[in-house]
Design a protein around this ligand. Structure first.
Ligand code: J2J
Length: 539
């Protein structure tokens, strides 16, 4: 088995209680297309405005599914999808859903290191990329990755294909119905933020993910009139499911694909497309709040903005509603499952100062000390959770699963939380070795391993330092080899960049030290490094 799943008594209960309804993504789209074929499902505004009705999206998914099947992509096969916020992203994903092939979601920012890892770990048979994005040639990246991944048979390119296959050339002849997946089977693999050297893959089923969408829609009031703006990268779990573009499509609403998250791009779209709902990470929420206060755009259609992915300061949260003229909802979620929202009828104090309540009455929450014993009510501790849409284990990672899950199936989130008197969760911090750079998650070990490959580097430790805008930035403490030529911070950053990783993983700051602070037991003290971090960077 590729990943642990829910024990049968849990699965039975989740079905009895109506959480798992036996639907699949392919089936849901088919039903919506039958119910309201001419309603607009997608608006892709750039470079020229294109729309897809539900019928068009349904047909496009069918045709592309037939073409993919003809190219040998079958049920259960993994296909790495790395596309920006465009209509084709949604079409490709639904085509794969129809076949029962599993999209594996890479972020557009990912480079050789990440894509190589994701393709190898998932044993992907195909990889879907844009030709170029933000001046970066994804075809060349695909060619390099293909050399190292013998199982990767196909590269499909949106745009000019170079040496690969154009997505537009995949045959689009309609075919008979494909057998398709069962609701309890995997729908896709999502990426974990990662706390170890390499990210893990998160296996999500049709049943469990569709429940999280239905629950999110109910909490956020998503219906057929919702116009959801995909501001963050569509591949990330937050804009996909909380309630996200999949939630909006589930409800028969309209999804507007935003080509960039900055106010200059998003605000005119909100006005011209009458956007009602979107989701932002805290740094973007800050930018939007400041930009909206300038009053250049009406933004009258906007009803609700969700903010999550990283800690949102209470002070910033208080300013959002008056500036944007809409409701704020905080969301504390994770691609592994559990998602918490403040509620539309919560008092302002609760909305600005807490990270909400779980979606489901069957989300089990435990707040425990270092020995897994529950802490007294209101005190903080480690958040453990299990429930009808929280995974029971990562994909093909038995050793990691033994650490990341309790023996009775609770996921160790790595987050430190407490319960407010209202019962809402408040995120106090983090026990996991991860840096949250404005919602973008960085596993220090992954970046440390890259820096260690530099011939002049003896040892390195990456820590978070607090930052007013991003919440956290990264600082690399580097010990050079005794015989090495001195390096500048810029050399270390350029080295990391040259190894091909997402730009957000390049250390913001680099400092050269002679030794790391040690803990009592002789391990590197990350806490010591953070408190020593106040000193300025050397040049
Ligand atoms: C503090 N930390 C938060 C918050 C996530 C909705 C929203 C976010 C994600 C997401 C998601 C936080 N305050 N409001 O998948 O569906 C940190 C926690 C958590 C980790 C998960 C969704 N919201 N976090 O961010 O898988 O540390 O999902 O465990 O990327 O982000 O990261 P990720």
């Amino acid at each position: 088995m590729d990943a642990p799943t829910w024990p049968v008594e849990f699965a039975d209960r989740y079905r009895e209680r109506g959480y798992w309804r036996g639907e699949t993504f392919g089936g849901v789209l088919r039903e919506r297309a039958a119910a309201h074929p001419d309603r607009i499902a997608l608006v892709d505004p750039a470079p020229r405005r294109r729309t897809r009705t539900y019928r068009e999206l349904d047909e496009a998914a069918d045709r592309l599914a037939a073409g993919f099947a003809e190219r040998g992509i079958g049920r259960g096969d993994r296909v790495v999808v790395q596309l920006p916020n465009v209509a084709e992203f949604v079409e490709v994903v639904f085509a794969l859903f129809r076949i029962g092939a599993l999209p594996v979601f890479a972020l557009p920012a990912h480079r050789d290191t990440e894509v190589q890892h994701i393709c190898s770990l998932s044993e992907a048979v195909a990889y879907v990329v844009p030709d170029e994005l933000a001046g970066f040639d994804h075809r060349a990246l695909a060619s390099r990755v293909r050399k190292n991944c013998p199982l990767l048979r196909e590269v499909f390119v949106l745009g000019d294909p170079g040496e690969h296959t154009a997505l537009a050339d995949v045959p689009r002849e309609p075919s008979g119905p494909l057998p398709g997946p069962e609701p309890h089977e995997l729908a896709f693999l999502q990426l974990s933020g990662g706390t170890t050297g390499v990210p893990k893959l998160i296996p999500r089923t049709h049943d469990d993910y569709l429940y999280s969408l239905r629950g999110s829609n109910e909490i956020c009031g998503v219906d057929g009139d919702t116009r959801y703006l995909v501001t963050l990268p569509a591949a990330h779990n937050f804009p996909m499911s909380s309630p996200g573009w999949l939630g909006a499509l589930y409800a028969g609403g309209t999804v507007v694909l935003c080509p960039g998250p900055e106010p200059a791009v998003a605000f005119p779209l909100i006005d011209s497309e009458a956007v009602t709902l979107t989701g932002l990470v805290p740094p973007l929420a800050l930018l939007w709040t400041e930009a909206a206060a300038r009053g250049e755009y009406a933004l009258t259609s906007l009803r609700l903005v969700l903010v999550g992915g990283a800690k949102y300061s209470e002070q910033a949260a208080r300013r959002l509603e008056p500036a944007l003229g809409c409701r704020l909802m905080q969301v504390f979620g994770m691609a592994e499952g559990l998602v918490n929202y403040t509620r539309l009828d919560d008092a302002t104090e609760t909305v600005v100062a807490t990270q909400g309540l779980p979606i489901s009455p069957d989300d089990e929450i435990r707040i425990v000390d270092d020995t897994d014993r529950e802490v007294p009510e209101g005190e903080f501790g480690h958040l453990l959770t299990r429930g009808p849409y929280t995974i029971r284990g990562y994909w093909r990672a038995p050793e990691h699963n033994a650490r990341a899950f309790t023996s009775d199936g609770f996921y160790r989130t790595g987050d430190i939380v407490r319960r407010a008197p209202t019962g809402h969760l408040v995120v106090e911090g983090r026990a996991k070795d991860q840096i949250n750079r404005g919602g973008e998650k960085i596993a220090p070990e992954e970046v440390e391993n890259i820096i260690l490959a530099h011939p002049a580097v003896h040892d390195v430790s990456l820590v978070a330092v607090s930052d007013e805008f991003l919440g956290e930035r990264t600082l690399a403490h580097v010990i050079l080899r005794e015989d090495a030529e001195p390096l500048r911070p810029a050399d270390v950053k350029a080295f990391v960049r040259s190894r091909g990783v997402a730009a957000y993983k390049v250390p913001d700051l680099v400092r050269f030290v002679d030794a790391f602070p040690q803990t009592g037991v002789g391990k590197v003290s990350k806490k010591g490094l953070r408190s020593a971090a106040a000193a300025p960077e050397q040049h």
